[in-house]
Every structure is written in structure tokens, then in C-alpha cells.
Ligand binder design. Structure first.
Ligand code: MEV
Length: 311
């Protein structure tokens, strides 16, 4: 059995969301894949992209301390929590093969994608399909256990798919015209550069900015407008405007700004997505000028991923 799971971008409201303002997140078709198959007496985990493998006895999994297992920690924590939640004592073993197209550590929810994929794969393997609410909750528990602290943004967006509004760590699905509008949008996620700072460090730096609340209020107004527009041109301009405000929070970098400029000039608009300090830019593509856009981006030595919303 194979489970394919999306990743996510923040369209508006990163950092503001930390202070009780809204963020708008979208599930995208840049995916991770979890394959699960029966195996007698063992649990085997293969991280195909990293060429790493782990073997466990069936009786080891329920008391395991995932944090001690490096790159396997999300996967192990997801297996353990799913088995505990379903009250399953594993008698049959399984092999899990994980591969992912999602760049890591850049705000696209690569670990949440794998976590949700593993929860779904393990529950289906034991014929105990879970509801989305249960999957999202388990996913959040896993991220909290592994990271010590977590936000529902990644695990919820990746579970419920489509568009979500996140406020006070609570997700709300946005349906209707706005979702339909975004379904018809083509985006590029551009991996610009490795992040130089961790999310916690950037959040702490933003906390010291005196005028941050003014910026967050402006971002909130942008979201109000974005939820009502039906033109890609307008939507793109709002993305770029959100980026200008993020720049004032000092979380952008010269290279990110260059890519955002290209995205705004040769596309409908662009912004960094996630905590910043490097990482990814999201560009709303103007299909009539896509070739020029790609030509300009390719001069920047970046990785480009075409993507659409997944619902
Ligand atoms: C990180 O992807 C987004 C931030 O808003 C932090 C968070 O929401 O937890 C910077």
C-alpha cells in the first residue's frame, strides 16, 4: 500500500500567527510517499532519499524513545503514537519505505508530511482507517513530542488539504470561492538558499521589534483583501505586499528579495514563505510570461518546483 501526502506553504501571515493573528496556509502537490508492506516479525524503516535503514523487533516499538533515532525520529514517533492510539500490540511486522520530493528545513512541512503519511499507512495496514480529525491530532502530538513545541499549521494543512486559516493554533478550513480561485492558480515554489537561522531564533528576533504589531495589523488587512479577490493579478500584488512587510521584520535575505523581485516582475507576485532567514519563495505564475520567468530564475542558481493546490 502506498500513501502520498502533500506539503504546505504559508500564503499570508507567517510570524503574525505567533501573536494571535491569522495565517493562511495551502496544501500543495509537492509530496512525500510512504509505502508499507507486510514483513514477518520485524519492523524495517527505509529512508530512501538518505539511504538509511533501521530494523526493530516488534516488541521494541511501543517503548521506544524516538528522539534518540536521528532521521528516523518522526517516523518512529508516528508509528508508536498510532499503535498506542489504536491500542494495537503488533503481531505482524511491516516494512516502511519513505521517499520525498519536499526540500527539508525550509518551511514546507517536510517532516509533517512524512508524519501524516506514516500515521495513515500504519492505521490502514491494520485496517483501522482514521478520520482526518484523529490524524491531525495524532500528527500534532508527534510533532510536539519530537520538537518539544509545535504549531498545528503544518500537520493540519497537510491532513485536511486545501486552504486553512490558522489562528490561536486552531485550524479552520476555507472553502467556496476562495478555494476554487486558488485551484486555478499555478505556483512555483523556489528553493532559494539554505536557511541561516532556525525558526525559534527568527521568532525571538521578531519579538524584539517594537513596531511589529503595526506590521501584523497590515498583514491582517492584506488577508482580508486576499480572501475577497478573484483576480490573479490582485492576489499576486497582495503576496508581494506581504513580502514587503516581512522585509521590515528583517527576516528576508538579499537573495530571497532578488527572487521575489523576479517573481513580481515576471509573474503576478511573490513572497517568502515560512519563517525566513533563507528558504523558499512562492511565486504566482502568469502563464503568458512563464518562460521569461523561468529564464530569469534559472540565472539565480535556485531549485524550482511547479506546484498547485491539493484539495
Ligand atoms: C514558520 O513556518 C512560521 C512561523 O509563523 C512560526 C509558526 O507559525 O510557528 C514563523
Amino acid at each position: 500500500m502506498i500513501v502520498e501526502t502533500p506539503s504546505k506553504v504559508i500564503l499570508f501571515g507567517e510570524h503574525a500567527v505567533v501573536y494571535g493573528y491569522r495565517a493562511i496556509a495551502m496544501a500543495i502537490d509537492l509530496t512525500s510517499t510512504v509505502e508499507i508492506k507486510r514483513l514477518d516479525n520485524k519492523i524495517v524503516l527505509n529512508l530512501n532519499d538518505l539511504n538509511k535503514s533501521l530494523r526493530l523487533n516488534l516488541d521494541e516499538i511501543k517503548d521506544i524513545e524516538p528522539k534518540n533515532f536521528g532521521d528516523f525520529k518522526y517516523c518512529l514517533c508516528a508509528i508508536k503514537n498510532t499503535l498506542n492510539y489504536l491500542d494495537i500490540e503488533p503481531k505482524i511486522g511491516f516494512e516502511i519505505n519513505i521517499s520525498s520530493k519536499i526540500p527539508v528545513s525550509c518551511g514546507l512541512g517536510s517532516s509533517a508530511s512524512i508524519t501524516i503519511g506514516v500515521i495513515k499507512a500504519v492505521s490502514r495496514f491494520y485496517d483501522r482507517e482514521l478520520k482526518d480529525d484523529e490524524i491531525a491530532k495524532l500528527g500534532y502530538t508527534v510533532e510536539r513530542e519530537v520538537q518539544g513545541k509545535a504549531s498545528v499549521t503544518d500537520t493540519s494543512t497537510i491532513t485536511y488539504k486545501g486552504i486553512l486559516e490558522i489562528k490561536n493554533n486552531k485550524p479552520k478550513k476555507i472553502k467556496g470561492k476562495f478555494e476554487e480561485f486558488l485551484k486555478n492558480c499555478k505556483f512555483l515554489v523556489v528553493y532559494v538558499e539554505d536557511r541561516k537561522k532556525k525558526t525559534a531564533e527568527l521568532v525571538n528576533e521578531v519579538a524584539k521589534i517594537e513596531y511589529k504589531d503595526e506590521i501584523f495589523k497590515e498583514i491582517d488587512k492584506i488577508i482580508d483583501k486576499a480572501l475577497k479577490v478573484d483576480s490573479k493579478e490582485e492576489f499576486g500584488k497582495l503576496m508581494t505586499k506581504n513580502h514587503e512587510l516581512l522585509k521590515r521584520l528583517n527576516i528576508s535575505t538579499p537573495k530571497i528579495d532578488r527572487v521575489v523581485d523576479i517573481g513580481s516582475k515576471f509573474g503576478f507576485g511573490a513572497k517568502l514563505t515560512g519563517a525566513g532567514g533563507g528558504g523558499c519563495v512562492i511565486i504566482l505564475v502568469d502563464e503568458n510570461r512563464e518562460k521569461e520567468l523561468l529564464k530569469e530564475l534559472n540565472k539565480e542558481n535556485v531549485k524550482i518546483f511547479r506546484c498547485k493546490m491539493v484539495s
